[in-house]
Write a protein that binds this ligand. Structure first.
Ligand SMILES: Nc1ncnc2c1ncn2[C@@H]1O[C@H](COP(=O)(O)OP(=O)(O)OP(=O)(O)O)[C@@H](O)[C@H]1O
Ligand SMILES: Cc1ncc(COP(=O)(O)O)c(N)n1
Length: 270
C-alpha cells in the first residue's frame, strides 16, 4: 500500500465530535489523508453550547508537537482553537521549521456565542501566526475582528482580502459567507486574484463545526500537493454535502455529515 499523505491539526476538542480536532480528524480521513492531532484546550461542549474549557499548559502542547515532529512530519498543518498568545508562540517555530502548507481557522467564538480565544490572543494572532499562513479561513465576524472594519458588502470583502494579503502577509484568505444572507458564497483571495464559490444556503440549524470541517479539508488537499484553488474547490463541495445531509445528532445545533462527500462522490481511497 502506498504511504498516505499526512495532515496535522492543532486545535481544541469537542467530546461530541462535531467540531475541533474530532471534526478535523474525520474530515482528514474522509479526504483520504492520514490524520494527526495535537490538543490545545479541552472543551466540554455539545450541540447546546460550551459548558467548560480547560487550556492545556503550553509545555504539554510543546511536548505533543515534539512527539509528532521527532517521528513523522506532516505534509500540511492546520490550527483551529489557539486560545492565547503563549500558545501561539509555542506553535510558531514548529510551523516555521516544517516549511509545509499551513491553514489557519481563526476560531474566536463558537456558534453558541461562547468565547474560545482571549482578547490579547485576538490582537496577537495577526502578529504571530497569520503572516505564516498559506490560507486563512475567517468567517465574516472573525474577518471584521482581524481587519478592524465592518464587512457587509462585496467591496468590503475585497478590502478585507487585500488587508490579509498585503497588510498581514498571509498567502491566501477565504472569507466565508456562511454568516451573510442569500446564497452561501465564499471568496478566495491570492496573488492570482479573487475567486468565488457559491452554493445554495440550506435552511438548517445544524452547522456546528462547519468552519473546522471546511478548513480541515483544505488542509487535507494541500497535504496531497494540490494548489490552494483546487483545495478550496474540494472543501466547498465537501462542506456543502456535509451540511445538506446533516445526521441530526444532539438536542441543539448539530454537527455536519463528515461521510457525505466520500459516500456521494463514490471515492475509494487506497
Ligand atoms: N446554511 C448553510 N448552507 C450552505 N452552506 C453553508 C451554510 N452555513 C455555512 N455554509 C458554508 O460552510 C462553510 C463554513 O462557513 P461558516 O461561515 O459557517 O464558518 P464558521 O462560522 O467559521 O464555522 P465555525 O463557527 O464552525 O468555525 C463555508 O463554505 C460556508 O459557505
Ligand atoms: C474546539 C472547537 N473549535 C472550534 C469550534 C467552532 O465551531 P462552532 O462555531 O461551529 O461551534 C468549537 N466549537 N470548538
Amino acid at each position: 500500500m502506498k504511504k498516505p499523505n499526512i495532515a496535522l491539526t492543532i486545535a481544541g476538542t469537542d467530546p461530541t465530535g462535531g467540531a475541533g480536532i474530532m471534526a478535523d480528524l474525520k474530515s482528514f480521513q474522509a479526504s483520504g489523508v492520514y490524520g494527526m492531532a495535537v490538543a490545545t484546550s479541552i472543551v466540554s461542549q455539545n450541540t447546546l453550547g460550551v459548558q467548560d474549557v480547560y487550556h492545556l499548559p503550553v509545555e504539554v502542547i510543546e511536548s505533543q508537537l515534539k512527539s509528532v515532529f521527532d517521528d513523522e512530519a506532516p505534509h500540511a498543518i492546520k490550527t483551529g482553537m489557539i486560545a492565547s498568545e503563549d500558545m501561539m508562540n509555542v506553535i510558531k517555530p514548529f510551523i516555521e521549521q516544517s516549511g509545509k502548507p499551513y491553514v489557519i481557522d481563526p476560531v474566536m467564538v463558537a456558534k453558541s456565542g461562547d468565547s474560545l480565544m482571549d482578547d490579547k490572543g485576538k490582537r496577537k494572532l495577526q502578529e504571530i501566526l497569520l503572516p505564516k499562513a498559506t490560507v486563512v479561513t475567517p468567517n465574516i465576524p472573525e474577518a471584521e475582528d482581524i481587519t478592524g472594519f465592518k464587512i457587509q458588502t462585496e467591496e468590503e470583502i475585497k478590502k478585507a482580502g487585500d488587508f490579509f494579503l498585503n497588510e498581514i502577509g498571509s498567502k491566501g484568505v477565504v472569507i466565508k459567507g456562511g454568516h451573510l444572507e442569500g446564497d452561501a458564497i465564499d471568496y478566495l483571495f491570492t496573488n492570482n486574484g479573487m475567486r468565488t464559490w457559491t452554493s445554495e444556503r440550506f435552511s438548517t440549524k445544524h452547522t456546528h463545526g462547519t468552519g473546522c470541517t471546511f478548513s480541515a479539508v483544505i488542509t487535507a488537499e494541500l497535504a496531497k500537493g494540490h494548489a490552494i484553488e483546487e483545495a478550496v474547490e474540494v472543501a466547498k463541495r465537501f462542506i456543502t454535502l456535509a451540511i445538506k445531509h446533516t445526521p441530526e445528532i444532539g438536542k441543539g445545533r448539530g454537527p455536519v455529515n463528515h461521510f457525505a462527500y466520500q459516500k456521494i462522490e463514490g471515492l475509494d481511497y487506497e
